[in-house]
Design a protein around this ligand. Structure first.
Ligand code: SAM
Ligand code: SF4
Length: 335
């Protein structure tokens, strides 16, 4: 068991129990903060992990201490073999969850329940159909909104991920919080982060501080309740008294949570990333296909993890396009 713990423990004593697996690079939306307008070059299908390979790699992580797996993408539900992937992974003793844009999730309610998926994160950046279309370059607001209501009705625990951008949706912060009055959902405001091709600029980001200024100007101090954050949580949680849901802020830019990071990321083509912001990747899939053990490769990746944001430890470094443009676009990482 001690060897088990060690390979997923990095040089800063962080144990990694959470694996995010991207299943696909394709998506049925085109969010501007996630992918460049011209799209991204897609990996040929033969270089993407098959359901068996996903299972084998995931099992190795679970054998060494991973207890939580989240499926992401691109849009993970666009994988034709998603039922088989869910079936295989549901055998593992992990909490299995999914992040989706919810455009087609209504077709998967039964299978998600059958495979024990209880937590679903849905991206939604505006409550206005026109703005939704503007940011996602697709006219799917109604579908997504109706599907969020359906997920809640069907008893899933739903978190809504909202990337805030100045001049675009910062005026909807209070509308999103008001949504939690009647819906038991957790809205999570995410600071806009820099990735290749997303035209990031610090001035477009709405900070944790600015979000809380709006909250404090709208709700009285006695109604804003600070909730306890779970260990390794990336968000700071709040609730408005007597509202059914809650809200939180994920401040990866202004207030990174790297000290308690327990996450590793596997891309759809089987590359292991030890940090969302790191451009360095190690190739698990080729190692597996060569018939070799992936354990030493995993260990090497974990031990190489840097302390803060893949080495971009200051806002100045984050602002340096040369540094973050070496990293992939978010659509091929998976969030
Ligand atoms: N398609 C699914 C979805 O949208 O939920 C899963 C993949 S998506 C890449 C995962 C998460 O990454 C989404 O919640 C999205 O909002 C977030 N994301 C993408 N680009 C981002 C950026 N530049 N800054 C912050 N969050 C981002
Ligand atoms: Fe697709 Fe999700 Fe990226 Fe939007 S955030 S383009 S829905 S992968």
């Amino acid at each position: 068991m001690s060897e088990t713990k060690n390979i997923l423990q990095d040089g800063f004593g962080r144990a990694h129990a959470y694996l995010r697996i991207s299943l696909i690079e394709r998506c049925n939306l085109r969010c501007s903060y996630c992918m460049p307008e011209e799209g991204v070059p897609l990996t040929p299908k033969k270089h993407l992990m098959t359901p068996d390979e996903i299972y084998t790699i995931a099992k190795t992580f679970v054998d060494h201490g991973v207890t939580k797996i989240r499926l992401t993408g691109g849009e993970p539900l666009m994988r034709k073999d998603i039922p088989l992937i869910l079936e295989r992974l549901s055998i593992l003793p992990v909490e299995l969850s999914i992040t989706s844009n919810a455009v087609i999730i209504d077709k998967f309610i039964k299978i998600l329940k059958l495979r024990g998926v209880k937590n679903i994160n849905v991206s939604l950046d505006s409550l206005k159909a026109e703005k939704f279309k503007q940011i996602t370059r697709r006219d799917q607001f109604k579908k997504v909104y109706d599907n969020i209501l359906l997920l809640v009705k069907e008893g899933f625990k739903v978190k809504i991920n909202t990337v805030l951008m100045k001049g675009f949706n910062e005026d909807e912060i209070i509308d999103f919080i008001n949504l939690t009055k009647r819906l038991p959902v957790a809205v999570r405001f995410i600071e806009f982060m820099p990735f290749d091709g997303n035209k990031w600029d610090l001035s477009k980001m709405v900070s944790y501080q600015k979000i809380m200024e709006q909250v404090k100007a709208t709700f009285s101090e006695t109604t804003i309740q600070r909730l306890e954050d779970a260990p390794n949580d990336t968000a700071k949680h709040y609730k408005i008294k007597d509202y059914q849901g809650s809200f939180a802020v994920i401040s990866s830019v202004t207030n990174p949570f790297c000290d308690s990071c327990n996450r590793l990321r596997l891309t759809a083509n089987g590359q292991l990333k030890n940090c969302l912001f790191s451009a360095t990747e190690l190739d698990l899939l080729s190692t597996l296909r060569a018939g070799k053990s992936i354990v030493p490769v995993i260990e090497k990746a974990v031990k190489a993890k840097l302390k803060t944001r893949g080495g971009m430890d200051t806002i100045e470094k984050l602002k340096e396009p040369k540094l973050h443009s070496k990293n992939r676009s978010m659509i091929t990482i998976g969030g």
